[in-house]
Design a protein around this ligand. Structure first.
Ligand SMILES: [Ca+2]
Ligand SMILES: [Ca+2]
Ligand SMILES: [Ca+2]
Length: 268
């Protein structure tokens, strides 16, 4: 009887303490990417991404591509994009996936400790290959707000279609100077001097060519609404895991069992 009273009181402490924990929330966020394009069509260079405050903006539609987005669109490396992100938003969590991704494959990019306030906006870019200057990425740095005001994950996946392919219009389409084509020299380029636009028609110059992954490219069946790429997010609340230790001085082990039971019911 006495134990029961003690446990109930401890549960009350845990419940009233919960909102304070939410205010400064860190989550372990796992990122998975999938190439969901039809086979023998587009692959992707490594994903370059960051979780930031929404201030890093690497490009704008209808403007000439700068060095930051050219390092994605023409090279896939992000050699200018990644440091520019870090400089613009020092509190951002920035990363890359590993290797090129061919159709039908998925990859767990990693798990990142994310502040749900300072790192709430996801920004990404990756080169679409084979190509000379095609890429995916968000023009608006606040387009993907992952968390609500309570720090709960509210955006679970981002799916990109063919209509989302950008043409940097910085390099003329030419298989001899393209990425992901064996024998081509991607470092070579003929300046195109155009403006960034949604367009995928340059893919047609690669029809019938063998790619670096060994498949023969065929983009003839790609339509604007064809799904090609997906990013998926899942979050575990780091504070939830730490909280029982924080209340340990005020509660018995039995009360902790009660707290665990409450959490299980909430998740059910
Ligand atoms: Ca922009
Ligand atoms: Ca081009
Ligand atoms: Ca090139």
């Amino acid at each position: 009887m006495r134990f029961k009273t003690l446990a109930t009181g401890a549960i009350a402490i845990a419940v009233t303490a919960a909102p304070m924990a939410v205010a400064a929330k860190t989550v372990a966020l796992t990122v998975t990417i999938e190439n969901i394009a039809p086979e023998n069509t587009v692959s992707f260079a490594p994903l370059r991404f960051g979780f930031g405050n929404g201030t890093f903006d690497a490009f704008n539609i209808n403007e000439a591509a700068g060095a930051e987005i050219i390092s994605i669109a023409e090279g896939g490396s992000g050699s200018a994009w990644l440091p520019a992100f870090a400089a613009a938003d020092p509190g951002a969590v920035i990363g890359s996936s590993a290797g090129a991704q061919i159709p039908g494959t998925s990859q767990i990019v990693g798990t990142f400790n994310i502040d749900t306030e300072a790192n709430r906006f996801f920004t990404f870019a990756n080169m679409v290959v084979p190509s000379n200057d095609l890429f995916l990425g968000n023009d608006n740095p606040m387009a993907f707000n992952l968390f609500d005001d309570d720090g709960n994950l509210q955006l679970f996946d981002i799916t990109q279609t063919v209509a989302a392919i950008w043409d940097a219009n910085s390099e003329v389409a030419d298989p001899d100077n393209a990425a992901f084509i064996p024998g081509a020299n991607n470092d070579a380029r003929i300046a195109e001097n155009g403006l960034i636009a949604f367009a995928f028609d340059e893919l047609s110059v690669f029809n019938g060519l063998t790619t670096a992954a060994g498949y023969v490219f065929d983009g003839s069946n790609l339509r604007l609404d064809t799904d090609i790429f997906r990013v998926t997010f899942s979050a575990v609340d780091v504070n939830e895991v730490a909280e029982p230790a924080a209340i340990l001085p005020f509660a018995s082990g039995l009360a902790l069992l009660g707290f665990a039971a409450v959490r299980r019911r909430r998740r059910a």
